[in-house]
Design a protein around this ligand. Structure first.
Ligand code: ADP
Length: 506
């Protein structure tokens, strides 16, 4: 029997208290990739206790000493690029260039965090009183619970953990249940780097283990990336616990605007990338294309042509553009939204919900296949299909008339606010979008996907609070504290406050 992978708690590989195990499967062909112990509440409790116990010693190291461990991970990520990129593709179904990009993004974040250890980490602040030196200093918040999704199974864990660790926090991480093998390899890298016992802990499991992390009162900060449904539940729970903080990055119902001044080549290329890359399973994927009436027919014809022909298939093959969906349940969800769109009376233009048999690569009959679904709808109609996040290749064309403000009005008419793009050759339209689009990630003449770690990443409205990336994650995992030193023998207060002590004799 092949080995059952374990949790990594307090410097040891352990099977945990529970009897249950679970499997990881390749979504392209159903192949089993590994068996994993499923964490219980007791396992989470042990991991949190270990992280709490390790905190004092870890926070006392210098930034640079802490970063040394991360540099080891950086080199291993680079050395194992090809191998780990292939594991990403096998476990989550993204085509191979995306699998490898996931690993590259991970080392970019590790590089940022470890390099940042040699940068200033606070501010020297003027005081009203000349004899006082005042500073803003950062302190680590403590135990950080990191809960990550399957779609960037290597990159997102490092978005959460790299900066967090360099800043002196300890970590309890739960990888997504769909991508535990990536989790296992990352944990092995942390072990190879010699990270001290208890500083990094990983529990493999499902939502109940994630919830146990959130609920544990010894957890000081929670970083979550995943669905809006779960994220909102976590935000509510954390709000009830004074002192605990959460940074959530959740979903979107993202738009690409194509104005009457768009370069059509750029428009079609950007829209296809935004809607179909990762088979629509990025939180930044676009399910709404808002297109000006003057260019609507041309755009529609060209977009539909690509959607009908875009290559769906084995993600390990370089000729593939779209791999499978992550799991059978997700095929059901996407299919039901495609059906809902029909029920809601939209005009369907492309329906590849069920692929033809000859489109499915040999030996991949058990994969979770779905192709593009494209329709046109009235942007003002009250339709669930143009408002709710599907997280698949489900795309609405929304035609508009008038100026760019009308496009922006349609763009902003969703509860979400994550990513979006405008395609236009007119800088005034672009600036209007930049200033008025209610989203966290804005692009012009580009797809609305393709984050880089050194930029903020996150949404507004229902899409999130806090920004689990590079510089911004620092805010979530540190406290900004003030320190003031008096260099004088006298006490002098700010705001003209008297420092005289008066007694009854005075
Ligand atoms: P997705 O739809 O992308 O799978 P989820 O929000 O369901 O997104 O999952 C993202 C991460 O959150 C996963 O690691 C998952 O196990 C975890 N999770 C799911 N439910 C909960 C919960 N109630 N509390 C905490 N974590 C959870």
């Amino acid at each position: 029997m092949s080995e059952t992978h374990e949790h990594y708690i307090d410097g040891e590989w352990v099977p945990g208290e529970g009897a249950e195990t679970f499997e990881s499967y390749n979504p392209a062909n159903g192949e089993a990739l590994g068996t994993f112990h499923r964490a219980t509440e007791a396992d989470v409790e042990r991991a949190v206790a270990a992280a709490e116990a390790a905190f004092d010693e870890w926070r006392d190291l210098s930034y640079i000493d802490r970063a040394e461990y991360l540099w080891e991970v950086y080199y291993e990520l680079r050395e194992r690029h090809e191998e780990l990129g292939t594991v990403v593709t096998k476990e989550c179904g993204k085509e191979i260039s995306e699998g490898k990009a996931d690993v590259a993004e991970a080392w970019h974040m590790v590089e940022w965090a470890a390099g940042d250890a040699r940068h200033p980490q606070g501010d020297v602040v003027p005081s009203e009183v000349a004899a006082k030196d005042a500073y803003m200093r950062r302190s680590p918040r403590g135990v950080t619970g990191c809960i990550t999704p399957w779609n960037f199974p290597v990159a997102i864990p490092f978005w959460h953990m790299a900066v967090t660790l360099v800043h002196g926090n300890t970590v309890v991480w739960k990888p997504a249940e769909q991508t535990p093998l990536c989790g296992q390899i990352i944990a092995e890298m942390m072990v190879d780097a010699g990270i001290p016992d208890g500083v990094f802990n990983m529990v493999q499991g499902f939502g109940d283990a994630g919830a146990a992390i959130v609920d544990d009162e010894r957890v000081d900060s929670v970083l979550f990336t995943g669905s809006a449904e779960v994220g909102h539940e976590i935000q509510l729970k954390v709000a009830e616990e004074p002192g605990k903080q959460v940074a959530c990055e959740m979903g979107g119902k993202n738009n690409v605007i194509v104005t009457e001044n768009a370069d059509m080549e750029m428009a079609v290329h950007s829209a296809v990338m935004s809607s179909f890359k990762t088979t629509g399973q990025r939180c930044v994927s676009s399910e709404r294309l808002v297109v000006h009436t003057d260019v609507y027919d041309e755009f529609k014809e060209r977009f539909v042509e690509v959607a009908e022909n875009v290559a769906v298939g084995d993600p390990l093959e370089e000729g593939t553009f779209m791999g499978p969906l992550i799991e059978a349940q997700h095929v059901e969800k996407v299919t039901s939204y495609n059906e809902l769109a029909r029920t809601e009376g939209v005009n369907v233009l492309v329906d590849r919900t069920e692929l033809d048999d000859d489109e499915i690569p040999e030996g991949h009959e058990d994969g979770h296949w779905v192709g593009p679904f494209v329709y046109e709808a009235d942007p003002d109609a009250d339709l669930r299909c143009i408002q709710e996040e599907v997280f698949g290749p489900h795309v609405a064309l929304l035609e508009y008339e008038g100026d760019v403000d009308r496009a922006i009005e349609i763009h902003n008419d969703t509860n979400y606010g994550l990513a979006g793009a405008i395609i236009s050759e007119d800088y005034r339209q672009i600036h209007r979008f930049r200033d008025h689009a209610e989203i966290g990630l804005k692009y012009a003449n580009l797809p609305c996907i393709g984050a880089e770690v050194q930029l903020p990443f996150g949404g507004v409205k229902k899409s999130g609070n806090g920004y689990p990336s590079a510089r911004e994650v620092v805010e979530a995992v540190t406290e900004r504290t003030a320190f003031t030193l008096n260099n004088s023998k006298e006490i002098e207060m700010a705001q003209g406050l008297s420092a005289d002590i008066k007694t009854r004799e005075d």
